[in-house]
Design a protein around this ligand. Structure first.
Ligand code: AR6
Length: 183
């Protein structure tokens, strides 16, 4: 049987399951540009956080692709939600999709740092309804976070990659053990 939690290093870990139960400083939401909720992980986060999250999101005037905005976590165990908007890839990975997905991770981590937070959990942004292929999306997520940790070694205590599907768990586990050894 596959283990559902992997601690790859002091700084990163892999968890398979529902992001809304994680007791971390911030969870990241794979939102759409309206920030007013939707399906997938976005729907789960809004449902678990309650209607105050919708009200705060409503005041933010949306969010562009690749950018990120932060709100309180309300009824979630997480203190904050960082809402980022991934590219709509529909199976295509070109420069625009790659750059936008990279920006999602970078801009989310920038908010983590600006708010002095130390633990953050990411879902597999864009790989569900937005159709970004899983393997290249994992490469972008992992390499962007790795670079960020290397550039900001004192700024964060833990990044959790929260996957939902067995296929992502397998992809992340393999890539993470190669990429984060000794970190
Ligand atoms: N916890 C963690 N991951 C989850 C959860 C959960 N509770 N539920 C789903 N996932 P998606 P996108 C995984 O579709 O592709 C929404 O309608 C899911 O298995 O949520 O960025 C928004 O409003 C997948 O691995 O996000 C946008 O319109 C990953 O989360 C659009 O979908 C992302 O899948 C965004 O699409």
């Amino acid at each position: 049987m596959t283990k559902r939690r992997e601690r790859m290093s002091d700084k990163v870990s892999l968890y398979k399951g529902d992001i809304t139960i994680l007791e971390v400083d911030a969870i990241v939401n794979a939102a759409n540009s309206s920030l007013l909720g939707g399906g997938g992980v976005d729907g789960c986060i809004h449902k678990a956080a309650g209607s105050c999250l919708y009200d705060e999101c409503h005041s933010l005037n949306g969010c562009e692709t690749g950018k990120a905005k932060i709100t309180c976590g309300y009824d979630l165990p997480a203190r904050y939600v960082i809402h980022t908007v991934g590219p709509v890839a529909r199976g295509h990975v070109g420069n625009a999709e790659t750059n936008d997905l990279t920006s999602c991770y970078q801009n989310s981590l920038k908010l983590v740092m600006e708010h002095g937070l130390s633990t953050v959990a990411f879902p597999c942004i864009s790989t569900g309804i937005y159709g970004f292929p899983n393997e290249p999306a994992a490469d972008i997520a992992l390499n962007t976070v790795k670079s960020w940790i290397e550039e900001n070694p004192d700024k964060i205590t833990r990044v959790i990659f929260c996957v939902f599907l067995e296929t992502d768990f397998t992809i992340y586990k393999k890539k993470m053990s190669a990429l984060f050894q000794g970190m």
